[in-house]
Ligand binder design. Structure first.
Ligand code: SAH
Ligand code: SF4
Length: 330
């Protein structure tokens, strides 16, 4: 859906028309303009031909029905994936992609191995949320949270990602509270700096994955440009401005970054107020293996013993290749 074109078509209409349209698309989640019965027939026809609402997509549903993956296909035949996670407590979280592929090239990540195909447009990011909004509407469900943790590095498509967050947050569009929105970055320092200047409370997560620069560079080559101390300095500035918690994501990769000594090293650099650590069991996509459960427990205990706030991420949708780092849109 081309949101700029939509606003252009409606530019000469009365303001209440714009409100009706936004309500139909972002609240009632229609998927064809013929369903917008409040609009005049000729306007519906014009919108159907100039700004169609259909999104070409295929859904994959996990055996336990808690995870649904959408493979979206765009006008140029490029594809991206998004994932809906239905939590037991009633939250419905959508994990969206910001790019097709990713230029950052982390060695453990399936998306990173694709390289960058292109950035996603604002409308293409929004379509990922619309697909699931329409899906949930069928049993009166609604999306409650959106996380930018799918394919791509959100801070390398900053303007479109921030524009999408504005629409998700705006009461005229999706109306999701900014605290229900999260973004994860591989530690792109200029992005963290810019994000700290936005006037909202969107959650920030930073992928760390190693307690020292040598290992982090091996896993995430971007560490040569933005090493740990620079990332942490940018996070400290962000916290000073926002007074918000920042989540550090830490993958648990067998025999690579999961020893108790490494936990103690990590605790040393992350032992600050408003820092929290989220451990993610590695989902195998290439030549690395996930840590054993009791290795993860020991690692977490070492962080807790050192006084840190640490949690472990629940993993959704293995059977449909929808878990963290498994998105490759094949
Ligand atoms: N590019 C951003 C956001 C997308 S990735 C970033 O890297 O932060 C979201 C999270 O999934 C990141 O923490 C990423 O490191 C992690 N991830 C990547 N590959 C994974 C895998 N195979 N198993 C588990 N998590 C993975
Ligand atoms: Fe890109 Fe994030 Fe994957 Fe790294 S982990 S390659 S930054 S999507």
């Amino acid at each position: 859906m081309d949101i700029d074109r939509l606003e252009k078509i409606l530019k000469d209409e009365k303001p209440y028309r714009l409100r009706q349209v936004r309500r139909a698309v972002f609240h009632d989640f229609i998927d064809d303009w013929s369903q917008a019965t409040t609009l005049a027939a000729d306007l519906r026809k014009k919108l159907n031909s100039q700004c169609p609402l259909g999104v070409k997509n295929k859904l994959f549903i996990s055996a336990d029905k808690k995870t649904i993956k959408a493979l979206l296909e765009f006008a140029d035949a490029q594809k991206a994936e998004a994932v809906l996670m239905r939590h037991r407590d009633g939250r419905n979280t959508v994990c969206v992609s910001s790019q097709i592929g990713c230029p950052v090239g982390c060695v453990f990540c399936a998306t990173g191995q694709m390289g960058l195909r292109r950035n996603l447009a604002l409308g293409e990011i929004i379509e990922q949320v619309l697909v699931f909004s329409r899906f949930l509407k069928k049993d009166s469900g609604r999306i409650t949270n959106v996380v930018f943790m799918g394919m791509g590095e959100p801070f390398l498509n900053y303007d479109n990602v921030v524009a999408a967050l504005r629409l998700l947050n705006s009461p005229d569009y999706f109306g999701l509270g900014s605290r229900k929105l999260s973004i994860s970055t591989a530690g792109i320092v200029p992005g963290i700096e810019k994000f700290g200047r936005e006037d909202w409370q969107v959650n920030l997560a930073v992928s760390l994955h190693a307690p020292d620069n040598a290992l982090r560079t091996k896993l995430m080559p971007i560490n040569k440009v933005y090493p740990i101390e620079k990332v942490l300095a940018a996070v400290d500035d962000y916290i000073a401005k926002k007074n918000r918690r920042v989540m550090f994501e830490y993958l648990m990769i067998k025999g690579v970054n999961d020893s108790e000594e490494q936990a103690r090293q990590l605790a040393k650099i992350l032992n600050k107020p408003l820092y929290m650590v989220n451990l993610i069991r590695y989902n195998q996509t290439g030549s690395y293996y996930p840590s054993e459960s009791d290795t993860i427990s020991k690692f977490m205990q070492a962080l807790l013993d050192a006084g840190l706030t640490a949690t472990q991420r629940y993993s959704f949708g293995h059977d449909i290749k929808a878990a963290c780092g498994q998105l490759a849109a094949q």
